[in-house]
Design a protein around this ligand. Structure first.
Ligand code: C5P
Ligand code: C5P
Ligand code: ZN
Length: 483
């Protein structure tokens, strides 16, 4: 969608208002409490606001949460911060915030679908309030970036972090995996500041850090049958195309290929896909690549998509402070620890994925959805990532995937739902479905049309799943659900 002037000025106007509120709090020397979301976009958002506040010598603290609940509201009530900033979360919890914290000063900087009554009590910046799509045109860290930029022009150097956040939320939904909408403006800022280079290149993940055959084997978007998931065959494919996988003792990464080698590899892959009748996949080999050109080559910070995975890893492995520190510019011990955490995270993810595929009955197929039950094996902090990865290669991509894990100590089930553009284009909105189903079973749910989640009391999970199955089928038939 191309945005019009009214949408853009409306949004930027509200970002400026939030910036004024924050600057005022800093001037008064208030204690500022930042609560941000735990995923890559949330940590990018935390890093941007953290750096902006740090530059002002403000008194602040950042904490990271998976969601907002009564307990967090109670903590805030007893700590009495003079200002609380929610970043990359908050818009889905307006009722709770109105009910529990209406007497507190709150700024919400978010891009999730708005749930609950929008009042003027809180300063609220959200693209949906200006008819801008929060699932593809701007992320949580992007919203925070515009506020930080309105606080001080110097913060333009944080634009690459917002690009990382947007890619972490998989917002590259425009032609050839491009960031569009307000994200494009952030990309422009980053590029003009000399901090980012946008290239069109083979789109495979791991271009800075992985041996080429592993990059190919790990690729599931596009899915290349006979190569995706098969390292040995990928290696053989490279050799057959006369592309040397090693330079001396060192494996080469995609970044090390000459233009000519890249062209050769690309056309060989395209021919291969076409020979299998996969025309669409062949056209998806090339896409926009976002390079943070001031970062060291061969590190995961250089490619914005890899950077986002590093952040995600720190959040999901309970080390979010590391990810935030890296976003704020730490390239020393925090980065080193974050890299180690990334290694552990990869190990954890492949263990869980291996477990799911080990027994076919671990992924149940209902009429409208697939269901994966983590059965006490999958950690609830990682269930979202598992759901995202599994949803990219379902036997039937026309059915959303619902994966869940238990949070034993809180007697909750954490649910992560994912689907594809094809399904949302048919009218399915997982955010609405999670909200409606969770409300029915004493929980809370919401998110985006394409990716959403919920928390509900454990004992209600079976009933919850069956209503979700029902709601998906209703939306496919174009029936209204919920209130
Ligand atoms: O809370 P937030 O919006 O930051 O998170 C969105 C989540 O949904 C991320 O974990 C992201 O990876 C996932 N997502 C997805 N597919 C999409 C868009 C988002 O799996 N197309
Ligand atoms: O936790 P998960 O990654 O599955 O969440 C997917 C999306 O749904 C995220 O954007 C998350 O912030 C959102 N969500 C929400 N309300 C919930 C649970 C998840 O808005 N109760
Ligand atoms: Zn987000």
């Amino acid at each position: 969608m191309t945005l019009n002037e009214k949408q853009i000025t409306g949004f930027l106007g509200s970002a400026s208002k939030a910036a004024e509120t924050i600057l005022e709090a800093v001037k008064e020397d208030w204690f500022i409490n930042v609560v941000s979301h735990l995923d890559a976009d949330g940590l990018s958002a935390a890093g941007i606001i953290g750096k902006a506040l740090f530059r002002l010598d403000a008194k602040f603290r950042i904490r990271v949460r998976h969601w907002i609940d009564e307990k967090l509201a109670e903590d805030i009530r007893s700590e009495k911060p003079q200002l609380t900033i929610f970043s990359d979360l908050g818009s889905g919890y307006l009722d709770l915030l109105n009910e529990r914290l209406s007497d507190f000063k709150i700024v919400i900087l978010d891009h999730h679908q708005i749930i609950g009554e929008q009042t003027s009590r809180f300063v609220h910046v959200n693209p949906h309030l200006h008819d801008i799509d929060g699932a593809r045109d701007i992320s949580g860290s992007g919203v925070v970036y515009f506020v930080a930029k309105a606080m001080n022009k110097e913060n333009v150097d944080l634009a690459p972090v917002a690009v990382v956040g947007a890619l972490g939320d998989l917002q590259d939904k425009y032609d050839q995996r491009k960031l569009g909408g307000l994200n494009e403006k952030i990309v422009e800022d980053a590029t003009n500041a000399g901090l980012l280079k946008v290239e069109k290149d083979l789109i495979f993940f791991g271009r800075e850090t992985r041996p080429i055959h592993r990059t190919l084997a790990y690729t599931t978007n596009p899915f290349i049958p006979g190569i995706s998931g098969e390292e040995d065959k990928s290696l053989a494919f490279l050799v057959s195309q006369d592309i040397k996988p090693k330079h001396g003792e060192k494996w080469r990464a995609l970044r090390d290929l000459s233009e000519e080698e890249k062209r050769r590899l690309c056309s060989a892959l395209a021919d291969y896909l076409l020979s299998k009748g996969l025309h669409c996949e062949a056209s998806n080999l090339i896409g926009h690549v976002y390079v943070l050109n001031r970062e060291e080559p061969w590190t995961p910070l250089r490619d914005a998509r890899e950077f986002s995975v590093l952040l995600n890893a720190t959040g999901r492995m309970d080390r979010s402070g590391l990810g935030i520190a890296v976003c704020m510019g730490d390239r020393g011990s925090a980065l080193e620890e974050a890299n180690r955490t990334l290694g552990e995270y990869r190990g954890t993810i492949s263990k869980y994925l291996g477990w799911v595929v080990e027994k076919p009955e671990r992924m149940k197929e209902l009429e409208g959805i697939y269901v994966v039950n983590g059965e006490g094996f999958i950690d609830n902090r990682v269930i979202g990532a598992i759901s995202s990865i599994l949803s990219m290669s379902l036997p039937n991509p026309e059915k959303p995937l619902i994966a869940y894990a238990m949070v034993e100590e809180e007697e909750l089930a954490k649910i992560s739902a994912r689907t594809t553009d094809m399904v949302i284009n048919k009218g399915v909105n997982l955010g609405e479905i999670m909200q409606t189903a969770a409300e029915k079973y004493s929980g809370r749910g919401g998110g985006h049309n394409i990716a959403a989640g919920a928390q509900i009391p454990m004992e209600n999970i079976d009933a919850f799943i069956s209503i979700v199955n029902e709601l998906v089928r209703k939306q496919l038939k174009d029936e209204k659900i919920g209130s």
